[in-house]
Design a protein around this ligand. Structure first.
Ligand SMILES: Cc1cc2nc3c(=O)[nH]c(=O)nc-3n(C[C@H](O)[C@H](O)[C@H](O)COP(=O)(O)OP(=O)(O)OC[C@H]3O[C@@H](n4cnc5c(N)ncnc54)[C@H](O)[C@@H]3O)c2cc1C
Length: 403
């Protein structure tokens, strides 16, 4: 049962048409099949194939490179609907979207021509890799290195962690330390576009030196794989530095820029999972009876529903605002941080409230809310934890309102 909030949304006719298409896809293809793929922790290949046909891997890629050329706002609306179906599905496109953003904003024309058309169709999918076993929030602390040979090629060495789509991707945008002596450290970091064989654990030939260990076992966010990546003497030609030779030493700022749109994307996922939790709570609370009436008729339950719906609407609006500002070319780091913080916490809160409304059945795998309960916490972590968002917001506030 979908809750219609259309009256509160400012959407164009085109956006509305796309949203209806994606919502129908989520209702008919994602929701009924999510339990199977979650239970088996299996990559949802048939669903992903349909997403390719719908063009969902090229939403923001310009039409000249084979994509739909839509803006971040429309993309965020699509992600909300996919995530309402299952956040793992939005995880399959998330790092891909970040990779295409990096190429569109910083790539050379040759890099765009080579990668974007294949990415727009989903022929290859992209992963995005900053984190390492000892480093997550403090990105400047990465240890993996890139060293340039006299012939110009780069040799990459080091271990990366938590790479979403780490095995199935055909290209990984990876941050490496290219100048270990740089002060401050971020000035010595470079983003490399590393190609690999999709679904191959040990790469050979021109991609030799990149190994993908077995996927990490997780409490939720199943179906989409999270892996380590081991770079051990991987050769990267100089034209695979993001932005070409000028991109050397710019990787940190490029990746941080991409994280800003990534935060809007995670915020949209928070809204989507919260919306689904509300829908499930609305349905269950009208079906389940206690003390002679549907539990929805008990005021305490209505208050929970009211709080959930109110928080979701607020999170949706701030997410759309951050996206619209970015689309308008305005600085939106503060708003993206607020959106990510509010929407991911709203996702967690609403899932927990819906879980409580389900009583004992919420603890049973028979009910969808059990999966949401395991999925929602991821959004508190990816693209920067809630603590990191508060740090970003606090710092930006003091910059904007300096006395
Ligand atoms: C399922 C999953 C998928 C992921 N996918 C990717 C991916 O595709 N690519 C990628 O690069 N990474 C990915 N990540 C990694 C993710 O970005 C990091 O886990 C996240 O940035 C947090 O880093 P950490 O886990 O090392 O925690 P830490 O940085 O070690 O933080 C631990 C705790 O300390 C807090 N903390 C840290 N610094 C401060 C501070 N200064 N002040 C207050 N509190 C602080 C944090 O908020 C957190 O609560 C993924 C993670 C998961 C779980």
């Amino acid at each position: 049962m979908a809750v219609d909030t259309a009256a509160y949304r400012e959407v164009t006719e085109d956006q509305q048409a796309i949203l209806e298409m994606v919502r129908q896809f989520a209702d008919e293809q994602i929701i009924p099949n999510a339990e199977h793929y979650d239970h088996e922790d299996e990559f949802p290949e048939p669903i992903v194939e349909q997403m390719k046909e719908l063009g969902l891997f090229g939403v923001t890629i310009p039409e000249e490179y084979g994509g739909m050329g839509l803006d971040l706002t429309t993309y965020a609306m699509i992600v909300e609907e996919l995530s309402r179906g299952w956040i793992s599905i939005s995880g399959v496109v998330n790092t891909h979207f970040i990779g295409s953003y990096l190429l569109m904003k910083f790539g050379t024309e040759e890099q765009k021509q080579y990668f974007l058309p294949k990415m727009a169709t989903g022929e290859i999918r992209a992963a995005f890799s900053l984190s390492e076993p000892e480093v997550g929030s403090d990105v400047q602390g990465i240890k993996a290195t890139a060293k340039q040979d006299p012939n110009g090629d780069w040799e990459l060495n080091g271990q990366k962690m938590w790479v979403t789509n780490g095995l199935g991707s055909g290209v990984v945008f990876v941050l490496m330390k290219s100048d270990p002596k740089a002060e401050p450290a971020y000035k010595g970091m470079t983003c490399f576009i590393t190609e690999k064989e999709p679904w191959k654990e040990v790469n050979e030939g021109k991609f030799a030196g990149l190994t993908v260990p077995p996927k990490i076992k997780k409490m939720g966010y199943k179906g989409v794989e999270s892996t380590e990546l081991v770079y051990d003497g991987y050769r990267c030609p100089p034209d695979r530095v993001l932005g070409g030779p000028d991109g050397v030493g710019k990787g940190f700022s490029q990746m941080m820029d991409a994280l800003e749109v990534g935060r809007v994307n995670v915020a949209a996922r928070g809204v989507g999972i919260a919306q689904r939790a509300l829908e499930l709570a609305l349905r269950y609370s009208q079906e389940r009876k206690a003390f002679g009436k549907p539990i929805a008729q008990h005021q305490a339950i209505q208050f929970k529903l009211a709080d959930m719906a109110t928080k979701i609407e607020a999170a949706r609006l701030v997410t759309r605002k951050a996206a619209r500002m970015k689309d308008a070319g305005e600085r939106s780091d503060l708003e993206a941080g607020m959106a990510k913080l509010l929407a991911s916490e709203t996702g967690r809160d609403c899932v927990e409230e819906s879980f409580r409304i389900h009583g004992g059945y919420g603890y049973s795998k028979e009910y969808e809310i059990e999966r949401l309960y395991r999925d929602a916490p991821l959004l508190l972590i990816g693209e920067g934890t809630s603590e990191i968002q508060r740090m970003v917001i606090g710092k930006k506030l003091l910059q904007r309102y300096k006395i």
